[in-house]
Design a protein around this ligand. Structure first.
Ligand code: NAD
Ligand code: TDX
Length: 330
């Protein structure tokens, strides 16, 4: 299975995956609508080298999905509206892309005889947990555990993918918060890094005590390669870094200050939490994927540092996106 359709391959995790998997000799077709979050520029070197066939189009358009699938034996489905804050003002777009779009891709893939389909879900389908960890069986049908239109739409998409998995070779991956190169600067880490480089403070919401399980995007790419081979049809898998000690948003912000050589006491600005129903802590049990044989090489400080270095070296990339990204917080 070396011919893959990657939906949303011009987005953040998609781009990391496409670089990783083309390096392993896979042939890749990317189908991407190029919303604000998609950048064909990310993939230009691979397109120019003939390693990626790029199709600009919407996953809700069945004709374009079917034609993109030609010659592909597997699908990695990333395409989605991915930002909680944006889902507060345009929920319909999230349901259209994340639920209806996922249904179109699933149906088209199996009408075309695809041999493996990996749907990218999220830790947010379980909601927040005070203590302990959610295992795969803890997701309830429907969206009652999710708290935003983003997470609710992803929860419904997850159910759809699992439903198809009763009859077709579908695997669902539920990763925790990713970070790394090519992440759009609306998201916390790239927002904070780019702010400091521009001489602006880091906005930390509430007291900054929320916990996210930061997973380096290149490790998610490795995990997907592993699941292409070993993932069992009809199964969902959690993947997480499981940091010990856990990383609060405050800790993450302080590391970024340290890595960029600025004083955390001056550069972190605590602001009233703007997010309704802000999930406090995400935490996943990873026994299932570990016993199948995958364990990510987690090193958060070094991976945060590598990310900071990438944003320092690629200011041209994020400067083109910064104004649009900040406009949603005004
Ligand atoms: P992203 O917003 O950076 O990229 C999404 C990509 O999908 C963009 O290239 C965009 O142009 C494309 N897209 C959007 N609507 C489309 C449509 N209708 N048709 C075709 N393409 C469309 O998102 P990301 O952070 O890379 O996330 C990728 C996937 O992983 C999503 O499904 C997201 O829910 C999931 N996920 C993300 C994280 C994270 O921390 N970023 C964690 C867990 C799961
Ligand atoms: O300026 C900020 N200040 C701040 O304190 C921003 C942008 C965020 N935050 C906080 C909110 C969250 O607790 O940082 C944390 C991370 O926020 P986001 O980057 O918006 O990510 P999150 O809402 O946790 O969702 C992410 O992880 C799960 C991805 O965007 C989703 O696509 C994924 O499913």
């Amino acid at each position: 299975m070396k011919n893959i359709l990657v939906t949303g391959g011009a987005g953040f995790i998609g781009t990391n995956f496409v670089y990783y998997i083309t390096g392993k000799g896979y042939n890749v077709t990317v189908l991407d609508k190029l919303t604000y979050a998609g950048g064909k520029d990310n993939l230009e070197p691979l397109i120019a080298a003939g390693k990626v066939r790029f199709v600009e189009g919407d996953i809700c358009d069945k004709d374009i999905v079917v034609s993109s699938l030609k010659g592909c034996d597997s699908v990695i489905h990333f395409a989605a509206e991915s930002h909680n804050t944006r889902s507060e003002t345009d929920p319909d777009l999230f349901y259209r892309t994340n639920v209806h779009g996922t249904k179109v891709v699933l149906e088209s893939a199996f009408e075309g005889g695809v041999k493996k389909f990996i749907h990218i879900s999220t830790d947010e389908v379980y909601g927040s947990i005070v203590d302990g960890y959610f295992a795969e069986g803890d997701k309830k049908l429907g969206d009652s555990q999710a708290t935003s239109a983003y997470s609710k739409s992803k929860s419904q998409a997850d159910d759809l993918a699992m439903e198809f998995g009763r009859n077709y070779p579908v695997v669902v991956l539920r990763p925790t918060n990713n970070f790394g190169p090519w992440q759009y600067p609306e998201k916390a880490l790239p927002r904070w890094i780019s702010n400091i480089i521009l001489g602006e403070k880091i906005p930390l919401w509430g007291e900054g005590l929320q916990v996210r399980d930061w997973l380096y995007a290149p490790l998610t790419a490795e995990c997907l390669e592993f699941l292409l081979e070993k993932g069992e049809a009809g199964n969902a898998y959690n993947v997480a870094a499981n940091h010990n000690p856990e990383i609060t948003n405050r800790q993450a912000a302080e590391w970024i200050c340290e890595m960029l050589g600025v004083d955390k006491n001056e550069w972190i600005q605590y602001i009233p939490d703007p997010r309704p129903n802000h999930d406090f802590r995400y935490a996943l049990n990873v026994d299932k994927i570990t016993s199948l044989g995958f364990k990510p090489a987690v090193d958060p400080y070094a991976q945060f540092k590598a990310t900071v270095e990438w944003y320092k070296a690629n200011a041209e990339w994020w400067k083109k996106r910064k104004e649009e990204a900040e406009s949603i917080y005004k």
